[in-house]
Write a protein that binds this ligand. Structure first.
Ligand code: SAH
Length: 260
């Protein structure tokens, strides 16, 4: 934990940073609290996965900063983003840090909040609807169901370069719950499928991928541990997508027609 700054340091900071979850894309899934903050924000620093309809809710007079593409680079480094938020909080009253889905679910919200608190900045988190719940829901896949699953695990499929510690223990994940929801997993899926099978999951276990869930361009790919990797290649299926593994995926064939 970083130090929280002296009282004097903290007094100099005027504004407050709101870490707001933008939800998975459908603007109807934005919270009322988050929308209210966007409408009165002085500055909004947003990420690449935030949908255009949500960006359209931002106060037209606000300074809008794309943390995904600033200064002609691919993305701001985490430290640069935090530094920017600290600077803005010294001159502006309402600084919104807008993140796709929920800020505390694979969104680095925890790390950003730690650094801001360490610098003496007031911070409040406004949760959002996470894609790991919403994308399967829009595809007709309930994560729990009294006949198929009494537990869910949310896990990252992108664990390279020491990003997550400890690294994912796929064997424990395979046995830990009946439904497995994987974020950032498309690229690494061949390895994940192999690890889950080695850990004892049947090759018949159903798998669903939902890309751009809750958006008009939502796409789904349904298979099993045995078939999904081939299907991804054939369909040239790309990220961003949520993968769901478990028997609840079978409900897709019954429930997926109900979306408007
Ligand atoms: N904080 C976000 C997750 C950020 S990690 C949340 O709570 O949703 C980025 C990953 O989230 C993507 O690689 C993808 O796996 C998933 N993701 C985000 N938005 C998505 C969407 N609309 N549809 C499917 N997956 C999505």
């Amino acid at each position: 934990m970083n130090h929280v700054g002296t009282k004097e340091e903290r007094k100099r900071v005027l504004g407050k940073v709101y870490l707001v979850g933008a939800g998975p894309g459908d603007p109807g899934l934005m919270t009322l609290k988050g929308k209210g903050l966007l409408e009165c924000a002085d500055v909004v620093v947003y990420d690449a996965l935030v949908s255009p309809q949500i960006l359209a809710m931002i106060n037209p007079a606000a300074d809008k900063i794309d943390a995904g593409k600033r200064m002609g680079r691919h993305s701001l480094l985490q430290e640069e983003t935090t530094q920017l938020l600290i600077e803005k909080a010294q001159t502006e009253a309402i600084v919104v840090r807008l993140k796709g889905g929920d800020p505390f679910v694979f969104g680095r919200g925890g790390e950003e909040m730690e650094d801001l608190v360490g610098a003496g900045v007031s911070v409040e988190v406004v949760p959002g609807v996470t894609s790991g719940i919403a994308a399967p829901a829009y595809a007709g896949i309930p994560l729990t169901h009294r006949s198929y699953s009494s537990s869910v695990t949310f896990v990252t499929g992108h664990e390279s370069a020491g990003k997550y510690r400890p690294a994912v223990n796929w064997s424990a994940i395979a046995h830990g719950s009946e439904t497995i929801v994987i974020y950032m997993g498309v690229h690494n899926l061949p390895y994940i499928v192999e690890q889950l099978h080695l850990a004892g999951l049947s090759l018949e276990t159903p798998v669903a991928l939902v890309r751009w869930g809750t958006r008009p361009e939502q796409e789904e790919l349904i298979g099993t541990l045995a078939t999904i990797v081939d299907k991804i290649e054939k369909a040239k299926f790309l990220a961003p997508a949520i993968a769901v593994i478990g028997n609840v995926v079978n409900l897709h064939s019954i429930l997926s027609g109900c979306r408007p």
